[in-house]
Design a protein around this ligand. Structure first.
Ligand code: IPM
Ligand code: MN
Length: 352
């Protein structure tokens, strides 16, 4: 098969980890007889510096014309430390999600047998964890009206959801649950928030259409607690944008390193794949960043965007083998030999 893949490497370690994901994807393409055409495009601080905006229309056009988007990371400290900055790399990310209609963000958390001791949580608590968050990505407080009043002394961010937005996300949640253990957890704050009551009411009304699926409704604060207490009791969790942002960072520590977790963002058409870690600016150019989350994002791309599970599995197997054999970057080296970003990428490609 032939694919056009948009490459939005972004800032910080984005370009370095992206290079490894491309290398690994090329190895897979060669093995299975596919042909990939890479379409690089600017985003984030790199795009602000080049053309003055973080998600230029030229980049949007490249994404629209591609079969999938691989996204590295965006953000640089010079923007974080300036609350008055008018254009921020993060705006580009939000704009991109909105313009590409990527309303469903799939963030899996799983453990690697060889890394059970790396997690800050006790091994017996995390063993067997294999859960997936489906985070709503284009609504809620991220996109509601925001501003200042009273001469700047009062600030507000509105949280807004429509029934349709909840339904389309929940539909993906029910469908995903049916491919797994038929358990779905709806995470909300229905004891306090009106948007959460709309979520709960909407999901409850959909239950009859999915009789195989057992739905539980849990409050977000309780989930935050149980997630680190008994993570292996969860399977598919659906939630709104901000709750999902926070809980998925929390969940990522279960696996032992943020540098390991991939994600997929989907809508009705194009899908985007990115690691859940950020741009890690301190590590830029040092060849120390863990490329595995980016590489596993490419695995998700083969599985979800191209419907090629075998190709995805080959990548996952190579990553598991690297972890088991200690071909890892310094975040996982634990005093042992640390390999460079590039060397890990080379090893993975060679083993595919
Ligand atoms: C994420 C990030 C973004 C978010 C930021 C960079 C805007 O934290 O993808 O989780 O909050 O959604
Ligand atoms: Mn986040």
């Amino acid at each position: 098969m032939k694919f056009n893949i948009a490459v939005l490497a972004g800032d910080g370690i984005g370009p370095e980890v992206m290079e490894q994901a491309q290398k690994v994807s090329e190895a897979v393409a060669q093995k299975f007889g596919h042909e990939i055409t890479w379409k690089p495009a600017l985003t984030g601080a790199a795009a602000i510096d080049a053309v003055g905006e973080p998600y230029p229309d030229s980049t949007h056009q490249v994404c629209l014309a591609s079969d999938a988007v691989l996204f590295g990371a965006i953000g640089l400290p010079r923007f974080d430390n300036d609350p008055s900055a008018k254009v921020r790399p993060e705006n580009g990310l939000l704009q991109m999600r909105k313009q590409l209609g990527l309303f469903a963000n799939l963030r899996p958390t799983f453990t690697f047998p060889s890394l059970l001791d790396k997690s800050p949580l006790k091994k017996e608590r995390i063993e067997g964890t294999d859960l997936v968050f489906l985070r709503e990505l284009t609504g809620g407080i991220y996109f509601g009206e925001k501003g200042r009043r009273d001469g700047g002394e009062t600030a507000f961010d509105n949280c807004v959801y429509t029934r349709m937005e909840v339904q389309r996300l929940a539909k993906k949640g029910f469908e995903l649950a049916m491919t797994r253990s038929n358990r779905l957890c709806c995470v909300d704050k229905a004891n306090v928030m009106e948007t959460s009551r709309l979520w709960r009411e909407t999901v409850q009304a959909m239950e009859k259409d999915y009789p195989e699926v057992t739905v539980s409704y849990e409050l977000v604060d309780a989930v935050a607690m149980r997630l680190v207490q008994w993570p292996n009791t969860y399977d598919v969790l659906i939630t709104e944008n901000l709750f999902g942002d926070i809980l998925t960072d929390e969940a990522s520590v279960i696996s032992g390193s943020m540098g390991l977790m991939p994600s997929a963002s989907m809508g009705s058409d194009i899908a985007l794949f990115e690691p859940i870690h950020g741009s890690y600016p301190q590590a830029t150019g040092l060849n120390i960043a863990n490329p595995m989350a980016m590489v596993l994002s490419a695995a998700m791309m083969f599985e979800i965007a191209f419907n090629l599970p075998e190709e995805g599995k080959v990548i996952r197997d190579a990553v598991n083998k690297a972890l088991a054999e200690g071909i890892v970057t310094e975040d996982l080296a634990d005093g042992g030999k640390a390999y460079g970003t590039k060397e890990v990428g080379d090893w993975l490609a060679a083993n595919i």
